[in-house]
Design a protein around this ligand. Sequence first.
Ligand code: CTP
Length: 402
Amino acid sequence: MLADKRILLVIGGGIAAYKCLDLIRRLRERGCRVRPVMTAAAKEFVTPLSVGALAEDRVHSDLFDLTAEHEIGHIRLSREADLVVVAPATADLLAKMAHGLANDLAGNVLLATDKPVLVAPAMNPRMWSHPATVRNARQLAADGVRFVGPNVGAMAERGEVGAGRMAEPMEILAAIEAYFAEAAAPGPLAGRRALVTAGPTHEPIDPVRYIANRSSGKQGFAIAAALARAGAEVTLVAGPVGLADPPGVTAVRVETAREMLEAVEAALPVDVAVMAAAVADWRVASQASEKIKKGPGGVPTLAFVENPDILATIGRHATLRPRLVVGFAAETESLIANARAKLAKKGADLIVANDVSPETGIMGGDRNTVRIVEADGVTDWPDLPKGEVAEKLVALIADRLR
Ligand code: CTP
């Protein structure tokens, strides 16, 4: 399973670095290609000579070495791998990764990579349980970094016992194998096409002013990312938000409801559409071509016209209606009754209903409490991070499409 897989192994400066030699040997035995990157501190614990000899490859450690033309740049180095493994992942390396610091080759490679990252933390138990490290590890886990260990046991420092020992080489190897086994398995949505709308829309009043709402786009982006992880081919049509394109997703950026509808129709046909955008219901009837000025005429009066309903257009599409149409219902009162009404009115199969009253903190926040409304019933989900709501929704979508 590991034959010909390419591992970029970042070795940090910790006493556990010696275990890396064994890890490299075991990876090589299985036909894995190992390209080592050592931090300056790592070289205090094991020599580049032994690392390079076991890896049968050159050891990279100096950022500026790589700028020479005959050398491979750190961007290439970071991408020419199937998996990045950090072992030992010291407290310093974890902090660097959590904050995106790139002041050496290891930091650059870890920031520039577009590949999954597995870390094997190793440090003194007090360092591992320090709130700063706990914060960093939590952030990294939220960023999708995988962890193996640390284990509980005796430390290099005499008399110290606790969590912080690096996982054994065979355990790291098993974690690497588990990753590749998972990556090789087709996701539950492999071969399916999905469409997601997210974020607010901006409806211009004049060249400098617009109508908007408080949607952050976080929930829709998390759903697009989760659909892609499940193997779907995903188009994300996003209103103006400051979020990066999720990996593996085709993102189309739009501003107004009418542009959003156009982009959505262009993405059809799809198997599933998830309409998470907070589309402005109205736009200004006639957008002023010049900035509206204060004047003797008093305050301006805006006339509105209704925007197209994107969900209803898709849910009632005569020829290209997706098999599964998922809508959202953002309500501040009568949640279920309103969600049921939207299900029927817009031709959706499923409505994710949430209470967006300001005191819930859902609009713009990182958590969401939703109720799933379908024709035959309502299911309540607990209060969850938006990423977990996305995972659960994608599992439900896969089930409904089956
Ligand atoms: N929606 C849409 N196009 C619109 C308005 C809403 O696609 N012009 C979609 C949203 O993406 C969401 C669902 O319809 O999936 C419900 O959105 P919501 O704002 O809760 O409902 P509205 O239809 O706007 O109804 P109201 O504002 O009256 O509650």
